[in-house]
Design a protein around this ligand. Structure first.
Ligand SMILES: Cc1cc2nc3c(=O)[nH]c(=O)nc-3n(C[C@H](O)[C@H](O)[C@H](O)COP(=O)(O)O)c2cc1C
Length: 349
């Protein structure tokens, strides 16, 4: 009862705040932009610290823990890579995520694409998000000291570090730079290789090119045995998907993460061209669930742990994916739209 009430309050406040912001954006002839609403929502959620334990703390029911290689997740629900804000990640872990993956980090500090770059999306009456943030981030050096000081390690749950790169060298450099810091912290961690992000100049080509992935994995494995997760795009063909998974299967301690946002033109998701700074972007949330399920089904016979990411928000989604062979479930859009989906799923898992 408490979960459903808090969920209703959260969704109502979020809906109202967003509409008020849109109203003022229109009034002042500004472009429609969802990013300020997300920022206000994040600050509002973090400001409830005084009554924190009532609204944030939810128990993870026992029997939901899962071990993947050397990682022990108390719940199979994970925060997908898309947020860097410690306060928000902390809240979602308190709500019951079994682990989180930090937002993709690149070598250099980046501002990302011009705004507006985040909007609501509507596809066949299903609501989702549409973004082309362009991987804004603080760069690997600052990120290393941020990781070192992160209070999130106190949860003793696996934390994933999503690595991006414009080239093979950049992926290797980022991992080699971070690894000494992570070894010193000496807690459970893994790397996720974001080879599917449509925002990098060359990053996409690794997802399209199994040989390039094999070369990269060989080089990483030359001096590093940390568990790796390879995040693939739902936009690649099924044939390529199987080839990529075959490469992953041939290495030790590799998880495959199917998948990421789906590349779409603004018109497809109900966004005006003038309200989006880029000619295309990534669709996420419920509208992409079917493709996530299809990818998991395609990989189900392979001897490799599968994480499913894309459109997951209900117990029904989790059960369908589990039946098809996924053992971990990454969530992004649903955490923004209603983070109480975490305890809701746990209550029926
Ligand atoms: C605003 C936003 C930013 C994202 N940033 C990243 C990122 O930095 N790295 C990454 O691998 N995926 C990123 N993603 C993709 C998510 O991790 C996830 O794969 C995708 O949104 C599909 O999951 P969902 O339907 O649960 O949102 C981002 C998604 C959103 C909505």
């Amino acid at each position: 009862m408490k979960i459903f009430l808090l969920s209703l309050i959260y969704k109502t406040v979020r809906f109202t705040t967003t509409r008020i912001i849109y109203f003022f954006q229109k009034l002042f002839f500004m472009k429609k932009d969802l990013e300020p609403a997300v920022k206000i929502g994040d600050s509002a959620l973090s400001s409830l610290q005084i009554i924190g334990s009532i609204v944030y703390d939810f128990h993870i029911p026992s029997g939901n823990d899962i071990e993947v290689f050397d990682l022990k997740f108390p719940s199979p629900l994970l925060g997908a890579s898309f947020k860097a804000d410690t306060k928000i990640l902390d809240i979602w872990l308190r709500m019951g995520l079994g682990g989180v993956i930090f937002k993709t980090i690149m070598k250099e500090k980046r501002q990302g694409n011009k705004k507006p770059r985040l909007q609501d999306a509507f596809v066949n009456n299903n609501y989702g998000l549409y973004n082309s943030l362009g991987l804004p981030g603080i760069g690997i050096k600052e990120f290393a000291s941020y990781l070192e000081k992160s209070p999130l390690w106190d949860f003793k749950r696996p934390l994933g570090v999503s690595i991006g790169g414009d080239s093979e060298e950049e992926y290797l450099l980022n991992i080699n730079f971070l690894d000494p810091y992570l070894q010193k912290i000496n807690k459970q961690y893994f790397y996720e290789l974001n080879i599917s992000c449509p925002n990098t100049v060359n990053g996409q080509t690794i997802c399209e090119n199994p040989q390039a992935l094999e070369n990269l994995l060989k080089k990483i494995r030359g001096n590093n045995s940390t568990t790796l997760c390879v995040k693939i795009s739902p936009d690649i063909s099924n044939k390529k998907l199987v080839e990529i998974a075959n490469v992953c299967e041939s290495f030790d301690k590799v998880i495959i993460n199917a998948g990421n946002t789906q590349f779409k033109k603004p018109v497809f998701v109900g966004v005006n061209l003038s309200d989006f700074s880029m000619p295309g972007g990534g669709l996420s949330g419920t509208p992409i669930f079917e493709r996530t399920l299809e990818m998991v089904q395609l990989l189900s016979n392979m001897k490799i742990p599968i994480m499913a990411t894309g459109g997951i928000s209900t117990i029904n989604h989790v059960e369908l994916l589990k039946e098809s062979g996924a053992s971990l479930f990454g969530m992004a859009s649903s955490l923004v739209l209603d983070p109480y989906c975490i305890p809701k799923i746990h209550s029926t898992l």
